[in-house]
Write a protein that binds this ligand. Sequence first.
Ligand SMILES: Nc1ncnc2c1ncn2[C@@H]1O[C@H](COP(=O)(O)OP(=O)(O)O)[C@@H](O)[C@H]1O
Ligand SMILES: [Mg+2]
Length: 347
Amino acid sequence: MSRILQVEDLIQEFDLTQDLLDRIKFKHGRFSVEQQVVHAVNHVSFEIEEGEVFSLVGESGCGKSTTARTVIRLQEPKSGRILFEGQDITHRKLKDLRPIRRQMQMIFQDPYASLNPRQKVLDILTEPILFHKLAPSKAAAEEKAIYLLERVGLSAEQSNRYPHQFSGGQRQRIGIARALAVEPKFIIADEPVSALDVSIQAQILNILMDLKDEFGLSYLFIAHDLSVVKHISDRLGVMYLGTIVERAPKRQLFQKPLHPYTKALFSAAPTIDENKLSQSQELKGEIPSPIHLPSGCLFHDRCPLARPECAQTMPQLREVEPEHFVACHLAGAEGSAADSVKGGICL
Ligand SMILES: Nc1ncnc2c1ncn2[C@@H]1O[C@H](COP(=O)(O)OP(=O)(O)O)[C@@H](O)[C@H]1O
Ligand SMILES: [Mg+2]
């Protein structure tokens, strides 16, 4: 099996005070220059093998979309390395990036925003096929577009309609068909079902999984909800304040989460087990601002198990069990973090 994507030590920041005038503050009778930087992605590393579904999960604002946009080079990385099929694309110029971009397509939460409202669905799908010369004629491109539409559960008759004439779930189907139109190898699906009714969510997830097998795709799947990724993921990374705090194959993560934050995420997930619900507790405090990151372990001030060292040293991701990585000073120690957290947070 070969590796489709490798992300190494990725850092992404947003400087909120790019304008020099914004930076100059007048305090206590003196001028000073202040910088406000959002540390959205902090030292993120992961890899995705061909045919694999790797999911990033975590609460809103933890840096999932920024990671995705940076990986696909919609945003320039601050530092780190991005390798696609072994090729370093971290700083590749736009012109040289184009053929690789075609291989990496993105599906968004709100497909409506990325569909041209003035184009009929057939044109939305045919245009990129012709642009990338993936069909020998307009007729062949249209035939391919219709095949894709039918493959995502829409009909040929619907191809002459405009995006606003479809429901949310149907528009997501169009978004998927359009991503596939350029014959990608790798799909980033950023919360593709978060805006949909639960019954429709399952349909869209099933389509994505069927297409994966038919077209030999690999996925980076993003969700804030563990239940969405439970069935489709091969491996997962749990994000908190722009870092991956735990990374493991699905079975290990769901059966034995090791990071206190992952445990809290699990106990916040909806359950029909009333006993479990009554046991769960709120994690203390709010998520800190990514402008002022806490010292040491980014989770320490909310962690029920934090010890003094946790406020001082940032834990690195360690392989605590085979293929199971966790960034916690206490994980792996006898009778420690892993076993004793009962938390609950609102997703
Ligand atoms: N263009 C931007 N400018 C400034 N801050 C941003 C920008 N994009 C995202 N952020 C901030 O970066 C953090 C991570 O955001 P995001 O990646 O969208 O999180 P998620 O997708 O997990 O909800 C948030 O604090 C968000 O406000
Ligand atoms: Mg997002």
